[in-house]
Design a protein around this ligand. Structure first.
Ligand SMILES: O=P(O)(O)OC[C@H]1O[C@H](O[C@H]2O[C@H](CO)[C@@H](O)[C@H](O)[C@H]2O)[C@H](O)[C@@H](O)[C@@H]1O
Length: 259
């Protein structure tokens, strides 16, 4: 495991900044649609996007549509569904070939029908089975989803915070960042990625391979070089790098769009 530092790296004019969403930019909430976007966040990200000449992208497990809703009116280059969909800085939408999700979807729907505390989040190419409100069902969910995905080479299963994600095989936050880094205005810059979850580790590994900087938000084992204690601490670091006054957007929060 790498040596970690509490001092966060400096953003420089040649940084390419990649940011995870849930647990990194916004605190976790009871339901996916209930996260609150801190009021100053969009102005901070808009300022950084300008300062970095467009080299700032979101890299998330969420649908692009949901990210856009939370960030509105800001429209950022983004990767969604763990790298399976990507909107480039030019606004081009790039999608992975669809995986065969029929058996997995059927199994997940069956589980949710039997256990209403579970939540199924359907996306364009991926799906998430949430067990935040039924943690005792974690091993059952894992077993059923693994069985449903067994022998299906088009799909990969990942486990995040109280969630099991199934997504097209071969796509990850690492592949999304690598793809952005071949395109303007990211190419030729030094990548920096901040994330909080196990599903961000592929991004950390890719960025380290490219000689960039990596920040893990919160506790847990990680390949990241830097550690940041909380969403609030990361927000303060971003805000300070952006030069935007905290008063510009206030310090309270506003609810995200309804799902
Ligand atoms: O890659 P991320 O941007 O971190 O997205 C990962 C998943 O985040 C969301 O689920 C998580 O956040 C929810 C809201 O705080 C929480 O209720 C849930 O337990 C977490 O797993 C989102 O709903 C998923 O689609 C993303 O894959």
């Amino acid at each position: 495991m790498p040596t970690q530092s509490e001092t966060l790296p400096r953003l420089t004019p040649d940084t390419a900044l990649f940011l995870d969403f849930d647990g990194t930019l916004v605190a976790l909430a009871a339901q996916p649609e209930l996260v609150e976007v801190p009021l100053g966040l969009t102005s901070t990200l808009a300022a950084l996007h300008r300062q970095l000449r467009g080299a700032l992208a979101l890299v998330s497990g969420r649908r692009l549509l949901d990210l856009d809703g939370f960030m509105a009116p800001l429209l950022l280059p983004s990767a969604g569904e763990h790298g399976a969909q990507r909107r480039t800085a030019d606004g081009l939408l790039i999608s992975a070939p669809p995986a065969d999700m029929r058996q997995i979807l059927q199994a997940a729907e069956g589980l949710v029908a039997r256990h209403p505390d579970l939540k199924l989040e359907r996306k364009n190419l991926a799906l998430s089975l949430h067990y935040r409100h039924a943690p005792e069902l974690e091993s059952l969910c894992l077993q059923v989803m693994r069985e449903a995905a067994q022998g299906n080479d088009s799909v990969e299963l990942m486990q995040g915070k109280c969630v099991i994600d199934l997504k097209p095989a071969g796509f990850s936050k690492g592949t999304a960042i690598a793809s952005f880094m071949t395109e303007a205005p990211f190419a030729g810059r030094i990548p920096l990625f901040a994330g909080d979850d196990v599903t961000d580790e592929a991004g950390f590994e890719e960025v380290r391979r490219m000689g960039g900087h990596t920040i893990k938000v919160g506790p847990g084992p990680t390949a990241a070089q830097y550690r940041c204690a909380s969403v609030d601490q990361l927000a303060a670091w971003l805000q300070s790098a952006s030069g935007v006054s905290p008063d510009a957007g206030g310090l309270s929060s506003r609810p995200g769009p309804s799902a």
